[in-house]
Every structure is written in C-alpha cells, then in structure tokens.
Design a protein around this ligand. Structure first.
Ligand code: PMP
Length: 419
C-alpha cells in the first residue's frame, strides 16, 4: 500500500475543501432540495438561441484557429473588447495590461502565485469571498482579516493590521477587496471609502486586488451604477490589480474572465498562466467575443438586473413573512446575496444541519471569515432558484429555525428534533 499522504507536499496536505463545494456535494444526495447555497446565475437567463447561432457560425467556418491552442494572454479581439468594457466603467487599460483567465478564480490563484510566499501575510475583509480564501490558503498565505463597517472595509482596521505586520518585519503585499455587492455581505463600498482605500494603500505601500464580478448587476437605478465605479478607474499610481468576469453577465460555463494589472505585473501573470494551462479555452473566448461584438451582452444587462432585483425582493418578502423578524439583514443594492444575522444563540453550522434535514441549504457565515468568526451569520443566495422555490425555501428555513430556537429549548436538546 502506498502512503499517498507521505508523498504529498506540505501545501497539498493542507489544502482545504471549499465549504460551498462541500455543501454542494452533500446537497446532491438530497432530492428536492432548495439551494440558497450555490451562488450560481439563474439558468432562465441563459441566452440559448443567440449562443446557438454564434456557436454554429464559428464551427461552420472551419477555421482551425477556433479550436487550436491560442495565445497565453488571450484572444486578441476579446482583449480589445475588454479594453472597451473597462473604458465604459472609467478604467483606462492598454492591451498589455490584460490577461484573459479561466474564470476569475484562476485570476485569484495567479494573484496568489505572484504575490504570496509560503507563510507570508495577505489582507482580506471580514468577511471575504471563500474562493479567495481557498486560493490564497492553498499557496500557504497567512490571511489576516480586516473588519468592515457599513461603508465597506475599515480604513482604521486596515491601517492597524498593515502597520502591525510591518512592525513585525513581515509586511503584507496586498489587500483583497470586492467593493461591488460583495460576496458574501452584499455590501457596496461607499464612494468616500473607495477614495480613502486608495489613499491608505499608497500610504501603507499595499497593492489592492479588486475583484468585481457583480459590478454591473446593480438594482434600482443608474444612481447605483455611478456608485459601482471600480477603484481601478482612480488608480493614479498603478496599485490596483483588477479582476472582471463574464460569469455573471453572460454565462459562467465558458470560464472567461480577465485580470488587469500594470504591464510588468501582467507579464508575470502570463508566465504563471503558461505553466497553468497554456491558454484559456480558445473556443470559449471566441464565443464570448462574438457575444460582446453582437451586442448580446449589452442587451442582456437590463434583464439580468431586473431578474435578480425581483428575486431579491421575493426572498426578502418571503423571509419577512415566514420568519417574523428572526433574521435581520441589510437589503443589498445589487449582486446575488442576502447576508443574514441569525437569532441570538443559533450557530450557523448547527442551523445548516437542521436546514439540510428540512431540504434547504445555505452557506454558514463562518466559511467567509479567516479569524474563526461569523458563526452568527449565513449567506443566502437568491440568484439561482425560481421565485416559487425561494418562497418554498424560506418556509423550510423557518422549520429549521423553529427547531434551532435555543430560547425555547436547551442547546443539548435543540439538536434532536429533525424537521
Ligand atoms: N470572485 C467572486 C467575489 C465571486 O463571487 C466569484 C464567483 N462566485 C468569483 C470570483 C469566481 O468567478 P469566476 O466564475 O469568474 O471564476
């Protein structure tokens, strides 16, 4: 018998399974489950006919380049599309600053590869995106959390954390943020806070890694759009590495995303990418280019905003009606998530056990905290289920919460009744 553990690298031995994927795997065995766990886009929004036409057209041409290996940087016309997309959001980027990646998730891995030495610190928000935690932890980062307030990342918290690390002789190289409709907190960083963050990064000599998959999924009106201006747009001294993605604005299955960074940083990312996958899916990039060039992505945008806004409202109403004040949250102005505070004394992971028994899932808040906190929170995604299923999921969550009500039952017993 080979002892495979003994053959693994120290890093591989410490790899952690993503909480979301784990819940996904668990959920697959539960028939008729309502998933508030997966942050997947709504299948009803996928543009089947338009994509069918694009794909058929690409294959009909029998152009070998469409199915051949491609440039590591990405398909040049797509890179030019990205230049235009960015310009519309105030970001002035040249093609040599852009690398197409296999999802933003790969961009996060590359960021880790080029900025993190084993054991080195990196600054993240409390809470932060669990996929970034996984990418950075797999590269053996020591993740240091910085609290949020109502306006976003606390600048005071950032300054304290960065200065303490610098004093200890191990300065952080970057801070990772998701300013637009954060995953998981749904928070939109205020305009003032964005300015302060750029200033603080300059003062503390930190790079900023800005992850922006939800920026164009704002609700309400154009006033909110103006509030989603990327930090990268005001990055006067080249401190921001920006990640954008097609996953939420077209479909996630093509795995087409981009990383924008000062040219010397982008060149390093290109080297990391050569070793990772040679190039992102060439066919996928051509499909996405055609979807952008034909105006499909622009035509979809208002419908996507309306779709997710309506689902947010359905979830808020359903929770309000069935849970009568047990859960509280700040209404998100965009994105996919409701970040709820659980009733006093209810622990996220205990509630998940009960919820799965009641055939509804969510992601425990603690999956998003690098400091062991977050057990009083849960992330509920409204993006994927239909409105009817959202209402049904809220009903089931109420059953799970009734069983978990520690104010009525002592904790030891509260695990017993399974709804
Ligand atoms: N960053 C954040 C904040 C996300 O929410 C997600 C998707 N859940 C990603 C990155 C990864 O997106 P992609 O599909 O582009 O890999």
């Amino acid at each position: 018998m080979i002892d495979y553990e003994a053959h693994l690298s120290g890093a591989a031995r410490r790899y952690q399974e993503s909480a979301i994927r784990r819940i996904g795997a668990l959920s697959a065995s539960i028939p008729d489950l309502v998933s508030f766990a997966a942050g997947s886009p709504a299948v009803e929004t996928f543009p089947w006919e338009a994509l069918q036409e694009i794909v058929a057209g690409l294959l009909a041409r029998r152009d070998g380049a469409a199915l051949q290996y491609g440039a590591t940087r990405g398909y040049r016309p797509l890179i030019e599309d990205v230049v235009h997309l960015l310009a519309r959001r105030g970001v002035d980027a040249a093609p040599d600053q852009i690398v197409i990646t296999t999802g933003s998730q790969q961009g996060l891995d590359f960021v880790g590869r080029i900025f993190i030495d084993p054991g080195a610190p990196a600054l993240v928000e409390l809470p932060t995106y669990s996929g970034a935690i996984a990418a950075f932890r797999n590269l053996e980062a020591d993740l240091v959390g910085v609290r949020q307030d109502d306006e976003g990342l606390s600048i005071e918290g950032l300054t304290e954390a960065a200065q303490a690390l610098a004093r200890a002789g191990r300065p952080a190289r970057f801070v990772y943020v998701t300013p637009n409709f954060q995953n998981p907190a749904g928070l939109l960083m205020s305009r003032a806070r964005r300015r302060e963050l750029l200033e603080a990064a300059r003062r503390l000599d930190l790079l900023i890694v800005e992850d922006d998959p939800y920026g164009s999924l704002y609700f309400e009106d154009a006033a909110v759009e103006a509030d989603t201006r990327p930090l990268k747009a005001d990055d006067a001294d080249g401190r921001v590495v920006y990640l954008g993605s097609m996953s939420k604005t077209l479909v996630p299955g093509f795995r087409v995303a981009w990383l924008v960074a000062p040219a010397p940083v982008a060149a390093r990312v290109e080297l990391a990418k050569q070793a990772a996958d040679l190039c992102s899916g060439v066919f996928d990039q051509r499909v996405v280019h055609a979807a952008l060039a034909s105006g499909l992505v622009d035509r979809m945008a208002p419908g996507l905003r309306a779709h997710y806004q309506a689902k947010r409202t359905v979830m808020e109403r359903a929770l309000g009606e069935t849970l009568a004040g047990q859960l509280s949250w700040r209404s998100p102005r965009g994105g996919f998530f409701l970040w709820v505070r659980l009733p006093e004394g209810v622990r996220d992971t205990d509630l998940l056990d009960r919820a799965l028994a009641a055939k509804v899932s969510f992601v425990p808040g603690s999956a998003f905290f690098v400091d062991g906190g977050g057990h009083d929170r849960a992330r509920l995604s409204f993006s994927n289920p239909t409105p009817e299923r959202i209402v049904e999921g809220a009903r089931r969550l109420a059953i799970a919460l009734a069983g978990a009500d520690v104010r009525q039952a002592p904790k030891a017993q509260s695990r017993e009744p399974r709804a």
